[in-house]
Design a protein around this ligand. Structure first.
Ligand SMILES: *Cc1c(COP(=O)(O)O)cnc(C)c1O
Length: 388
C-alpha cells in the first residue's frame, strides 16, 4: 500500500516538539493572535522575501482580504483561472465582484499570459493567477499586462510555499500574495490557517484591520471587518514547522526527480518545471488520455491517487450562473479529464516512487492490450485478411 497522502509519519517525528509548543500556548493563555502568531508572521514574511505577513484563519480568508485591500468591490471584475480550487473564485464573489476566466497554458497549466489582454475591460480591478501544484505562473508577462493597465496583481500561492520564479519567491512578485496552511498543504497547521504577504505597508495595515473586525484599537472600528484571526496554537505549530519547510521542500523535489526519470523511461509526459523556476510539488500530476482506467489500475495495485481538479470551477453547479459553459475554456476542460496526481509527500521513499512508476508502466501496457482483447470488427478482420 502506498497512500496518496500521509500526514501521520511527519506528526510522529515532530510529536514531542508539537506537544511542547501547544502546551506553551495553553500555559500562556493567549489563544487568538498574540506572540505565537506574531513570531510566525515574522518568519514567514522573511521566508517569502516580503516585508509584511498577516496571519489569518484560512487561505480563502487570505484571498478575500487581499482582494478587499486591493480595492475590489461590487461591479468590479477579477481575471483568474478556472483550473483551481473553488476558493480562488469564491473569494472574488465574497467581494461582490465578477470572476472573469482565462484559459491556462497547455504545458505550464497556469494562467496563459497571452489571453489576459483580451479579457480586460474598464471594470477589471485585479488579476489573480494561481501557482498550480507548486509551479509559479509565468509572472513576467502577467505582471507586464497588469502594470500596463494599472491593475492590481494578487497571487494565489496556496499551493506554492517557497516556490520561485527567476529567483523570486511566490507571493513576493505581485502586489499581494495569499497562502493556505490547511493540513495537507506544503506548510500545514493542525486545523485551518492562512496568510497574506506583501511589501506594501498600506495593504498590510488594511488586511491587519480587516482580519480583526476593523479594530484600530480595542472597540474602535475604523473598517467594517471580519473575524478572520489566526489561532495561537496554529501560529505556534506553523512557527515550529518553519524550521523544517526547506528540508521537506527539497525532499519533494528529490522525489519529483525520481518520478521524472522513471516516467521519461516509460514515455509518460512529466509535469513542466522550467529551469528558471523552483517547483515545490505540492502535487505531482501527470496527464493521460485514459486517466480513469489508469487510476483504477493503480487503485487495484494499492496505490492512492488524486485528481486536482476533476471538474473546473466554471463547470461546477454552484457557479453555473457565472455564465460559462463547456467549451469556453478548452485547455482547462481537457486537463480536468486528463490529470492524475501521484503520491507526493516528504516522507515518501524513493523506492516507493519507483514502485508507483512500475505499476504505471504495467497499467500502460494493459491499456494498449485492451483494445485488441475485444472481438475484432468485420472491417478490422477484412483488413487483416487483405494484408495477408
Ligand atoms: C487550498 C487552496 C485555497 C484555499 O485555502 P483554504 O485554507 O482551504 O481556505 C485557495 N486556493 C488554492 C489554489 C488552494 O489550493
Amino acid at each position: 500500500m502506498i497512500p496518496f497522502v500521509d500526514l501521520k509519519t511527519q506528526l510522529k517525528a515532530l510529536r514531542p516538539e508539537i506537544d511542547e509548543v501547544i502546551s506553551r500556548v495553553i500555559d500562556q493563555g493567549h489563544f487568538v493572535l498574540g506572540p505565537a502568531v506574531s513570531a510566525f508572521e515574522e518568519k514567514f514574511s522573511t521566508y517569502c522575501r516580503t516585508d509584511h505577513c498577516v496571519g489569518v484563519n484560512s487561505g480563502a480568508s487570505a484571498l478575500h482580504l487581499a482582494l478587499l485591500a486591493a480595492g475590489v468591490g461590487p461591479g468590479d471584475e477579477v481575471i483568474t483561472v478556472s483550473m483551481t480550487f473553488v476558493a480562488t473564485v469564491a473569494a472574488v464573489l465574497y467581494c461582490g465582484a465578477k470572476p472573469v476566466f482565462v484559459d491556462v497554458d497547455p504545458d505550464r497549466w497556469t494562467m496563459a499570459p497571452e489571453l489576459i489582454e483580451a479579457a480586460i475591460t474598464p471594470r477589471t480591478k485585479a488579476i489573480l493567477p494561481v501557482h498550480l501544484h507548486g509551479l509559479m505562473a509565468d509572472m513576467d508577462p502577467i505582471m507586464a499586462v497588469a502594470r500596463r493597465h494599472g491593475i492590481v496583481l494578487v497571487e494565489d500561492a496556496a499551493q506554492s510555499h517557497g516556490a520561485e520564479y527567476k529567483g523570486r519567491r511566490a507571493g513576493s512578485i505581485g502586489d499581494i500574495g495569499c497562502f493556505s496552511f490547511y493540513p495537507g498543504k506544503n506548510l500545514g497547521g493542525f486545523g485551518e490557517g492562512g496568510a497574506v504577504v506583501t511589501r506594501d505597508a498600506g495593504l498590510a495595515r488594511t488586511v491587519r484591520l480587516l482580519r480583526d473586525w476593523g479594530q484600530e484599537e480595542k472597540y474602535r472600528h475604523v473598517l467594517p471587518g471580519y473575524n478572520y484571526r489566526m489561532d495561537a496554537i496554529q501560529g505556534a505549530i506553523l512557527n515550529l514547522k518553519m524550521d523544517y519547510i526547506e528540508g521537506w521542500t527539497e525532499d519533494r523535489r528529490r522525489l519529483a526527480q525520481v518520478y521524472d526519470q522513471e516516467l521519461a523511461a516509460i514515455g509518460q509526459k512529466r509535469p513542466s518545471a522550467p529551469s528558471d523556476t523552483r517547483h515545490v510539488y505540492h502535487v505531482y500530476s501527470i496527464e493521460h488520455p485514459r486517466r480513469d482506467a489508469l487510476q483504477a489500475a493503480l487503485t487495484t495495485a494499492g496505490i492512492g491517487t488524486g485528481i486536482h481538479y476533476p471538474v473546473p470551477v466554471h463547470l461546477q453547479p454552484a457557479y453555473e450562473n457565472l455564465g460559462y459553459g463547456r467549451g469556453d475554456l478548452p485547455v482547462t476542460e481537457a486537463l480536468a479529464e486528463r490529470f492524475l496526481s501521484l503520491p507526493m509527500y516528504p516522507e515518501l521513499a524513493p523506492d516507493q516512487v519507483v514502485q508507483v512508476c512500475r505499476e504505471l508502466e504495467r497499467a500502460h501496457a494493459a491499456e494498449q492490450i485492451e483494445p485488441a482483447s475485444r472481438a475484432p470488427s468485420a472491417r478490422e478482420t477484412n483488413k487483416v485478411l487483405e494484408s495477408v
